[in-house]
Design a protein around this ligand. Structure first.
Ligand code: TXA
Ligand code: MG
Length: 324
């Protein structure tokens, strides 16, 4: 495994050659790091599932660098989807739309729809542009574990299972893209992410939560996910911390003494965007400590806080991922 400077053109060129041979490359995006393969090569895409130990029923997002690809990959794109792409692409928005047969079934887990996203990170864009094809990529973590927001996280999690990691620095958003699907005239949020539900509805009006409406759920939306190795408990206040042999993921600067041995504060002033950006990297850091439990402080469920809480709730469920 090699970590290469993603801003260096020779690294992009090596990554492109590996993709052409049907290999897999870890690369930075503005949300989290991705593990990419040629979206048109089912054998290459199969390697992603093996490396991550990801169940085959969980479809991948196809990453593109220009709008023309949408019409090559999909049909009947709803006007609301187009309006969202105009506003948020390139950026942390994934749209679920009707696929064309050109996309292999393994990418979409046999669904009739495909998830498409145009990332904003310059290294991701350069990689797709140089490769001249869409790249299918999930987050570059073992299935069910915390998502990586830095190249060294990917190195720690996947070790020699990946040949090349392009380093593009720390992911600025730090949590995954917001996934929006469409049914009839309505739009649904399948996964809360780096673009808030409020921002989505400013562009297209009402949006529903796919969980509440019971439709369009993502096959990969399992109740447990993003799980640290240690148990995680959500608390309302550090007063609920029962042992010193713990770490505490605080939302704001604590106003009372915290007994946990390790404490990380997501945002001193309680800014949700800053909290989201630090969320996975602090969780990984606290999970690497020798403690019995991680306590995490509840964050307000508005704006990006909804995305953070969605992940915290899943992380607090009993973890089932397999250790590599
Ligand atoms: O920010 C992101 O979206 C990152 C970066 C790398 O782009 N990618 C990412 O991929 O988070 P992944 O595979 O970890 O999560 C993708 C989610 C899964 O829950 C999957 O079930 C859902 O997207 N998904 C993909 N295609 C879908 C489809 N056709 N219909 C419904 N859900 C889909
Ligand atoms: Mg993921």
């Amino acid at each position: 495994m090699e970590i290469l400077d993603g801003l260096d053109y020779s690294s992009i060129h090596r990554a492109k050659q590996l993709l052409e041979k049907g290999g897999v490359v870890a690369f930075p995006t503005e949300t989290v790091y991705g593990l990419g393969a040629d979206a048109f090569n089912p054998y290459a895409v199969a390697k992603i599932f093996e490396i991550k130990k990801r169940p085959r029923f969980d479809p991948l997002i196809v990453h593109i660098d220009k709008m023309e690809w949408v019409h090559d990959l999909a049909v009947d794109v709803p006007p609301k989807a187009l309006r969202l792409t105009e506003r948020f692409w390139p950026g942390p928005l994934t749209i679920i739309i009707k696929k064309r047969p050109i996309i292999p079934d393994i990418v979409t887990a046999g669904l009739t729809t495909v998830g498409i996203r145009m990332p904003a990170h310059p290294v991701a864009q350069e990689l797709i542009k140089t490769f001249k094809r869409p790249i299918a990529a999930p987050s570059a973590n073992p299935f069910g574990y915390i998502s990586p927001t830095r190249a060294d996280h990917v190195a720690q999690m996947l070790k020699d299972r990946v040949e090349i990691i392009l380093d593009g620095g720390k992911s600025v958003f730090g949590i995954e893209s917001t996934i929006v699907s469409f049914l009839d005239e309505s739009a649904y949020i399948n996964r809360h992410g780096a673009i808030s539900a409020e921002e989505i509805s400013e562009v297209i009006g009402s949006v529903y939560d796919s969980k509440d409406s019971g439709v369009c759920e993502s096959p990969g939306s399992l109740p447990y996910h993003y799980s640290p190795h240690r148990p995680l408990k959500i608390v309302n206040s550090p007063l609920e911390i029962a042992t010193e042999k713990s770490s505490f993921l605080s939302f704001k600067r604590p106003t009372i003494r915290v007994i946990s041995r390790y404490v990380r504060t997501l945002s001193e002033q309680g800014d949700l965007r800053e909290a989201a950006a630090n969320f996975f990297s602090y969780l990984i850091e606290l999970d690497n400590k020798d403690v019995d439990i991680i306590y995490a402080e509840r964050v307000p469920e508005k704006g990006l806080g909804r995305a953070i809480m969605e992940r915290l709730k899943k992380a607090s469920k009993k973890h089932r991922y397999t250790t590599l």
